[in-house]
Write a protein that binds this ligand. Structure first.
Ligand code: SF4
Ligand code: SF4
Length: 367
């Protein structure tokens, strides 16, 4: 039986976040059951893009601050790290804009970049996963245009370094194949504790181009798969309709059967959202997964650059795994013959200049 705590938190007021996060962690055993004196602890927030906290793209710095304080109280030594898209080149800008650098400085905590790695089954995983005694994952509750949702399991994909992450999408363009790689990474970099920031989540075209959505929720569990299963229920989905959750569950990496998940704290029904919008790339709320799979080859979408919003920073072009983007002063172009629809470009764009366009059949089927 897995155990997940759910605690209401109305805002990012520092005192409210402290109370909520501490209570959530206490209800799954307390920080002392995960961290002992002298342990090095990797805190892995979701730092996806160079955006301010109110955009709800990155894990909120106040959540990171509280977990770091709890680790210190238990006698541990926290470090904060992530490897975002764009080959991690923009990590310094993300530390700054997300507010993580300010919090790290105020709390006296090191920020680390995932530059060196160890290859496990051909996948380069940051050395911090192996050098630290404990991993605490700090995901953001968001939609995801490829995997429908991103929360506990997918957050650990950020431990992959270098070119591999972007190239994964060209290696595995189908969602069924992609989720196997994501589940494999999760199995290698499995966190000892996950604390989810769902105070303000993201719905719509996440993980970077959706809209902030107040959910007033903090969750904690040693079982990130169970967290993702609860998140699916909260946004109105069957957990096993999320292929990534299903892949991790079937690989024995955690619990996704809601009947075998014990909820601590507040009742899960209190958090169910009836108007949570999924990405326009997924019709799951109106069409069952089996039908979606049958229609998969007809479902078409593509990224599109709004040249009026584009600041010509070039990050999308550097990130694209198949070199499909040309950014010039007077003209931006995506070569759709090369594009593998991974949407990495949309994830990294700091200016929300890349949106999704769907084909007519897709619009007709689910509006
Ligand atoms: S689309 Fe976004 S990421 Fe690409 S060059 Fe323009 S502003 Fe930069
Ligand atoms: S253009 Fe964007 S969606 Fe297409 S392959 Fe490149 S990064 Fe992926």
């Amino acid at each position: 039986m897995a155990r997940v705590s759910l605690i209401r938190c109305a805002s990012y007021d520092p005192d409210a976040v402290y109370e909520s996060v501490k209570r959530a962690v206490d209800l799954v055993g307390g920080i002392g059951s995960f961290v002992k004196q002298g342990m090095k602890v990797l805190l892995k927030p979701n730092l996806l893009s160079e955006r301010p906290p109110e955009d709800a793209v990155d894990t909120h710095p106040e959540v990171v601050r509280v977990v770091a304080r709890l680790v210190k109280i238990a006698g541990g030594e926290p470090v904060i790290g992530d490897a975002p898209g764009g080959y991690g080149k923009n990590i310094e800008a993300i530390f700054e804009k997300s507010g993580i650098r300010r919090v790290a400085k105020e709390e006296g905590i090191g920020l680390v970049k995932f530059t060196s790695s160890r290859f496990i089954e051909g996948i380069p995983i940051t050395n911090y996963v192996f050098d630290c005694d404990r991993i605490i994952s700090l995901p953001k509750l968001k939609t995801h245009s490829i995997t429908v949702l991103t929360a506990g399991i997918k957050n650990m994909f950020g431990t992959v370094t270098g070119l591999y992450k972007a190239e994964t999408h060209s290696r595995a363009p189908r969602e069924e194949d992609l989720v196997k790689i994501l589940a494999k990474v999760f199995s290698i970099a499995k966190p000892h504790l996950t604390v989810l920031d769902g105070i303000v989540a993201m719905d719509g075209d996440g993980p970077a181009a959706g809209d902030p959505k107040s959910m007033k929720l903090v969750m904690a569990s040693p079982d990130a798969v169970a967290i993702d299963a609860c998140v699916a229920k909260i946004v109105g989905l069957n957990p096993l309709d999320i292929l990534l959750t299903k892949a991790a569950y079937e690989a024995g990496l955690g619990e996704a059967d809601l009947a075998r998940i014990e909820i601590a704290g507040e009742a899960i029904d209190e958090f169910i959202s009836k108007d949570f919008r999924l990405p326009q790339t997924t019709p799951l709320k109106v069409i069952p997964r089996a039908v979606v799979n049958a229609l998969a080859s007809f479902i078409r979408f593509k990224p599109w650059i709004n040249e009026d919003l584009c600041e010509r920073c070039g990050l999308c072009g550097e990130t694209c795994p198949v070199d499909a983007i040309t950014v010039e002063r007077n003209h931006c172009r995506i070569d759709y013959k090369k594009c593998v629809r991974c949407l990495c470009c949309q994830e990294v764009c700091p200016y929300r200049a890349i949106s999704i366009r769907r084909n007519i059949l897709t619009k007709m089927v689910w509006g």
